[in-house]
Design a protein around this ligand. Structure first.
Ligand code: PLP
Length: 685
């Protein structure tokens, strides 16, 4: 029993001991965790406190710096001298670094935190002061026509002007009452000898130049197309000018070249261009697809025609093995070779096909390429789009005459009515006649960012494509992406390699993509726009513009004497003026006069055009942020002007006899085109 007692006592003691050990281990653990939390919390709060203190300190420091500069300036003014804020600011920094060590440490920390805001503050304070800058004598101004401060103040004016125009788009009349030569005659006959102050230039910009500007960004501007304007584009343009760099070659500026290629792919994917047209790498051997950002659609079309001409000539020459050129031939004696003679002969037989409704840039490109241009007929029933039978018939006829079809121009979105050629049924012409198919989607292509507007079936069979971003893609003129599936063949034609441009090129020298060598940093505009808007922002814009145009159409065609002409395509519709019993001739003349009458009122602006003998007024909503109210205001004004026009028409018996105005695209109209053998006279006869 005592043994048992002792045993149980010992076990209790052991148990108690192990319990107390466990308890004490736990207490130590808990205590250290609490201590840790306390420490880190302290550290956290300490840091927060320190940050807050620094922030306050940095603000105090900036305030102090401002006060210091202001005080110094007034002292100097009293002493009859003036120093720039920037000089004063470095004097302030020097004062700080001469202060005792302890203060200096804090101050330098504060200054480094405030570094950026200090610079910004400097700019803002110079801008905000609005005070006249220090007068500089002529010698100083010749030496340095504009200082940083002068630039900042001038830029402030420019920024205010831009944002004010955005906020008040009706500030200037939509079109000025300018007569030909008005602006030319107001300008001096030669540039000033000596530097002029920006204020004077700015004044003349308002007084002379703005008075001669048509306001494309006015809610009553319904002409041409929505010319791109957007804040990111303006920012990019400013940066492009400030960088002062050009992309002659990859080595001259890799960023220009590589951003260009990247944007060709970004845009391609955003607009649903098939992958075969895109870069897979920057070396030609990595992908046959690729492209560049050309300036204008006219450039792009000319390049496509030249590349197509080159491919066809090479193809024809390759059929004649006996004409192999001597390896040692140089540029200077090549013109005496048989091959050269044969090349000239082939070129004289080449024919490019398009329609009467195609943009004049097609005709011009044919002229420049010295090839025959054969426009074919289009019909109202096809919404003025080119059809296969007519093209095939034209090609057949020409082949029988010994000519060689080499290029087919297809428009998706024509200039007058934004109509589309029937691409899918035209692509078999490629195989049958060996033609290069170029798709000119200058205006409509931007709308492809919204999938439901991609009526481009068959596009994968095209050889090249161009779109104008400066039409319907919020980019100011001029940016035109160009894509091809035949990068190598295309670039072979444009490649010339002088020693000074030959060095390492990173695989894609832009100079080999067209005529020009010097290139602006256009890709930066696309990059900034696509990032700031995102593809969804662009989609919303396109949808909104098309929606507004459709709303305008619904109201406008309800007006008496106004009838719709053709279909509404991609945010563009056309109207004519008509009265009961009017002949087509009278409808044409009155429509053309109505357009002129409205434009002469300087209250609204429209484009007149002529589609295969029909005079029309084209209507587009162009201002990016147009509202339903804007549209209603336009329709009311249009209605009033039509009433005034009718009154004038009734008063003026001779009214319809005056000569009708014509737009540039009218040059194609009513002219008989024939294909003739002399390439220098390839167009209208
Ligand atoms: N193609 C079409 C269908 C057009 O509408 C235009 C211009 O209006 C062009 C080409 C020419 O464009 P750019 O001014 O960029 O040369």
């Amino acid at each position: 029993m005592p043994d048992q007692l002792i045993g149980s006592l010992v076990s209790t003691i052991i148990h108690f001991n192990s319990c107390s050990i466990t308890v004490s281990i736990w207490s130590i653990l808990i205590a250290s965790i609490l201590f840790g939390i306390l420490l880190s919390g302290n550290y956290f709060f300490f840091n927060k406190f320190r940050e807050a203190r620094m922030r306050t300190h940095s603000q105090d420091c900036l305030k102090a710096r401002k006060l210091y500069i202001r005080r110094e300036k007034s002292t100097q003014r009293n002493e009859g001298q003036r120093k720039k804020s920037i000089t004063l600011s470095s004097k302030w920094t020097r004062t700080i670094s001469n202060s005792p060590k302890s203060t200096r440490k804090v101050e330098s920390e504060v200054l480094s935190i405030a570094g950026l805001s200090t610079q910004l503050d400097e700019i803002v304070s110079v801008m905000a002061s609005g005070s006249p800058l220090q007068e500089r004598n002529l010698e100083e101004r010749i030496d340095r026509p504009m200082t940083e401060e002068e630039f900042m103040l001038s830029m402030k004016k420019v920024i205010e002007f831009i944002t004010d125009n955005y906020r008040n788009p009706e500030k200037f009349p939509v079109s000025p009452e300018t007569r030909p030569n008005d602006i030319f005659n107001q300008l001096p006959q030669k540039a000033p000898e000596n530097p002029e102050k920006f204020d004077l230039v700015w004044n003349d910009f308002h007084e002379i130049i703005m008075r001669g500007c048509i306001q494309w960004q006015h809610p009553r501007f319904h002409a041409f197309f929505p010319c791109g304007r957007s804040y990111p584009d303006i920012l990019a343009e400013t940066l492009i000018s400030s960088l002062g760099t050009v992309g002659i070659t990859w080595a001259a500026n890799p960023a220009i070249t590589e951003l260009d290629a990247s944007m060709v792919n970004w845009l391609g994917r955003a607009l649903g261009i098939p992958e075969t047209f895109l870069f897979r790498g920057l070396d030609t051997c990595q992908s046959e697809g690729g492209g560049w950002l050309a300036d204008t659609a006219s450039d792009a079309i000319f390049c496509a025609i030249m590349a197509a001409r080159h491919c066809k000539v090479e193809e024809e020459l390759s059929k004649m093995s006996e004409l192999e050129e001597d390896e040692n031939m140089t540029a200077s004696n090549r013109h005496t070779s048989k091959k050269h003679d044969r090349r000239a002969e082939i070129i004289s037989k080449l024919v490019a096909y398009g329609s009467f409704e195609h943009h004049s840039s097609f005709e011009k490109a044919c002229k420049m390429a010295c090839v025959c241009c054969h426009p074919v007929e289009v019909y109202e029933d096809d919404d003025w789009g080119m059809r296969r039978e007519v093209v095939e018939e034209a090609m057949e006829e020409d082949v029988k005459r010994g000519l060689i079809p080499f290029y087919l121009h297809i428009a998706l979105g024509t200039t007058s009515t934004a109509s589309s050629d029937h691409l899918a049924e035209l692509t078999p012409m490629k195989e049958k006649y060996g033609v290069w198919i170029h798709v000119d989607a200058a205006y409509a292509g931007s709308a492809w960012v919204v999938e439901k507007y991609r009526n481009n079936a068959g596009i994968e069979h095209a050889d090249s494509i161009n779109i104008n971003l400066h039409k319907f893609f919020l980019t100011s003129a001029s940016v035109t992406p160009f894509w091809t599936r035949h990068q190598k063949k295309y670039k072979d034609f444009f490649r010339v390699d002088p020693a000074y441009l030959k060095k390492k090129n990173g695989g894609n020298d832009l100079r080999n993509w067209g005529v020009q060598l010097t290139r602006r940093f256009k890709a930066l505009k696309v990059y900034m726009l696509l990032r700031v808007y995102g593809i969804n922002g662009m989609r919303a814009y396109v949808e909104r513009m098309i929606g507004m145009t459709e709303y305008m159409e619904s109201l406008l065609i309800k007006l008496p004497n106004i009838r719709k002409f053709g279909q509404t395509n991609y945010g563009l519709f056309c109207v004519q003026y008509h009265e009961e019993g009017m002949s087509e001739e009278q409808v044409n003349a009155t429509t053309s006069h109505l357009c002129e009458f409205i434009n002469n009122s300087h209250k609204m602006f429209f484009t007149h055009s002529n589609v295969r003998g029909h005079d029309i007024i084209r209507v587009a909503v162009t201002l990016e942020r147009s509202t339903k109210k804007d549209v209603e205001k336009s329709v009311d004004l249009f209605s009033q002007l039509v009433d005034e026009f009718k009154k004038k028409k009734a008063d003026d018996g001779n009214f319809l006899k005056t000569e009708s105005s014509s737009s540039s695209i009218d040059s194609l109209v009513n002219e008989e085109y024939t294909v003739i053998d002399d390439p220098s006279h390839s167009v209208a006869v």
